[in-house]
Design a protein around this ligand. Structure first.
Ligand SMILES: NC(=O)c1ccc[n+]([C@@H]2O[C@H](COP(=O)([O-])OP(=O)(O)OC[C@H]3O[C@@H](n4cnc5c(N)ncnc54)[C@H](O)[C@@H]3O)[C@@H](O)[C@H]2O)c1
Length: 494
């Protein structure tokens, strides 16, 4: 169906951006707000965005005028009588959304599509407020709407056949990439992102790792543009908490139980960047707790213990190149015992076997340039500090982690990948759509399934099995689909 004119109801943060997106694509926009002041404010957001584009040379003055000319501020809902689609972008409260849908039912033509930009309410419950629920879809844009390319197109059990496909076509016409899914809490992107962020808060709260090490593990270790704790501050801890509550209500399970620290920070008003303080302070008030900064003078002789293999060989040659003497015999005197570690094996037994457990730490190069320094229950503080100096001498960013499965990078990544695999296993979304959603909606340079390939399905399976065995949390149980994929990749029958 041809979409020539749309109504955008609510011109706040998202609605102003969405109105801009439609108008930029040559579609007329009827802009509806709660009152004249709100309308003026909303058009101000839109004008500022267009003016920015002009000042950056991305838009000519003439184009700006043309785009602006397509936007028709409306005194009330009756102006939406002729639109082909109306999208509501009002606050995330079901009673307000229901009221908007009742108004739209009243004024819009029976053929018009009604869309909601809700992030976390059930599209079905919004649709149920319409007399014509078959014409209601979710059209979930990401912030900032003019920039972010993902649109999750959500159909409910009541949505007419073909409607989601038509809305997906419309999204393409807007220059966006649609992902078509059913109505489940959090859709794809939020349902995967939020439990991962929540888990990062748990790791911080339980003292598993420091704030800066958690964020460095995600950026330097996984290759994400931002650490989970910094990202929480950007999204807003309050917004994150309310989405988690919705996810928990729908899915149950430990991954969605908001970390107590998250609740406390929200209760304290530390909601993130917007309040000047969240997990970090804005502007930054404290110096980074860089593990390397704590380091002492580097060791001159290191005992390197391990099962052999590429990681160990690389460590040995890097240490030798940095002028560090390497011995393989724990009985020889040395400044530090380094156990070349892997995230599915514990370091402590190997450390005890050397007879010098206090001098021993694990070291795992989790990604090029990033070393996890693994502290066992027996490691002395001095040996941990010496290991930090060794890592610095080898040009590695060091993050500290306890001797637990996954260490730090895997502890963040493996359950996140398990969530993504489970989403595909459940038949909710295709792997390619999951990757698209996380790349275009959350700014991931690679989607979860590409990250899985990079980490190695076998390594992720081993890591999850070890985490599940250690903690017994069903969220860490490897999804059967992962084990099947590993089996297929190995070319084994079954
Ligand atoms: N902010 C985000 O990052 C983001 C991202 C994706 C989706 N969303 C969703 O988009 C929706 C809007 O979020 P937002 O952040 O833009 O909120 P917002 O508070 O910035 O904007 C909401 C706007 O709706 C207007 N409004 C309220 N009642 C109205 C009524 N009866 N009629 C017309 N207008 C009315 C308000 O005046 C306000 O301008 C929510 O459903 C939210 O979940 C938000």
């Amino acid at each position: 169906m041809e979409i020539r004119e749309v109504a955008v109801v609510g011109l706040g943060t998202m609605g102003a951006g969405i109105a801009e997106v439609f108008a930029r694509s040559g579609i007329g926009v009827v802009a509806i707000e709660v009152d004249q002041d709100a309308l003026t404010r909303g058009l101000g957001i839109l004008d500022a965005s267009l003016a920015r584009a002009v000042s950056r040379g991305r838009l000519s003055q003439a184009e700006q005028d043309e785009i602006r000319g397509r936007i028709r501020p409306a005194p009330g809902f009756s102006a939406a009588a002729g639109v082909d689609l109306a999208i509501e972008v009002v606050p995330e409260r079901i009673e307000i959304k229901r009221q908007i849908f009742a108004e739209l039912d009243r004024v819009c033509s029976p053929d018009a599509i009604l869309a909601t930009n809700t992030s976390s309410l059930s599209v079905t419950s919004v649709a149920a407020a319409s007399q014509h629920p078959h014409r209601v879809v979710g059209m979930h844009f990401f912030n900032p709407a003019p920039v972010m390319r993902l649109v999750e197109v959500v159909s409910t059990v009541l949505t007419a056949d073909g409607l989601a496909a038509a809305v997906a076509d419309l999204a393409r016409r807007l220059g966006k990439t649609p992902v078509q899914v059913g109505d489940r809490a959090g859709f794809v992107a939020n349902a995967l992102l939020l439990p991962y962020l929540n888990h990062a808060v748990t790791l911080l709260e339980t003292g598993y790792a420091t704030r800066d090490d958690i964020d460095a593990a995600a950026t330097a270790g996984i290759g994400l543009p931002m650490g989970p704790l910094a990202l929480l501050d950007l999204i807003g801890l309050d917004t994150s908490l309310s989405i988690l509550e919705v996810l928990h209500g729908e899915f149950g399970g430990s991954r969605y139980v908001p970390a107590p620290l998250l609740r406390r920070l929200v209760a304290a008003g530390r909601t993130g960047r917007k309040s000047g303080q969240g997990i970090y302070q804005y502007p930054a008030a404290d110096t980074p707790q860089d593990g390397n900064a704590l380091a002492e003078p580097g060791p001159s002789t290191v005992t390197l213990i391990g099962p052999g293999g590429a990681q160990e060989a690389e460590l040995a040659s890097a240490a030798a190149a940095a002028g560090v003497n390497i011995t393989r015999n724990p009985a020889h005197p040395s400044d530090l015992v380094v156990i070349a570690a892997t995230p599915d094996q514990r370091v402590l037994p190997a450390a005890i076997e050397t007879g010098r457990a206090a001098d021993a730490v694990g070291l795992h190069v989790a990604a090029p340039g990033l070393a996890e320094i693994v502290t066992t229950r027996a490691s002395s503080a001095a040996s941990v500090a010496t290991a930090g100096a060794l890592a610095a001498g080898l040009g590695l960013r060091a993050v500290g982690a306890p001797d637990r499965p996954g260490f730090l990078v895997g502890a963040l990544l493996y359950p996140h990948l398990a969530d993504a695999i489970r989403m595909v296993q459940d038949g909710y979304a295709a792997a390619a759509d999951v990757d698209t959603a996380m790349m275009l909606g959350c700014g991931y340079p690679q989607g979860p399934f590409q990250l899985l390939d990079k980490a190695g399905a076998q390594a992720v399976l081993d890591g999850l099995r070890a985490m599940h065995a250690a903690y017994g949390d069903p969220a860490f149980a490897p999804p059967p689909l992962l084990a099947e994929q590993v089996t297929v990749a190995a070319g084994l029958p079954g």
